[in-house]
Ligand binder design. Structure first.
Ligand SMILES: [Zn+2]
Length: 78
């Protein structure tokens, strides 16, 4: 699941996925990793996130789609 209301991108230092962020965080604001305290600008964090989404989410989505397609085909064959 991609969360839009919460930063769910992994810290590139420790892999933790929770960041402290100010209210109404802007792209040039810094967010801070809850775990190791690593600070990163939101715009940079988003870029890291895009890379992670490409690596993690897309294969998973593909798997889900393949599963759905298999089910759909099975249903038709009966
Ligand atoms: Zn961290």
């Amino acid at each position: 699941m991609i969360k839009t209301t919460h930063v769910s991108i992994q810290c590139r230092e420790c892999g933790h996925a929770e960041f402290e962020q100010p209210d109404n965080v802007q792209d040039d604001d810094f967010v801070k990793c809850h775990d190791c305290g690593f600070q990163i600008m939101l715009a940079d964090l988003k870029e890291v996130g895009v890379e992670q989404v490409k690596e993690i989410v897309i294969p998973e989505v593909k798997k889900e789609i393949e599963k759905m397609l298999k089910k759909a085909f099975r249903g038709r064959l009966k």
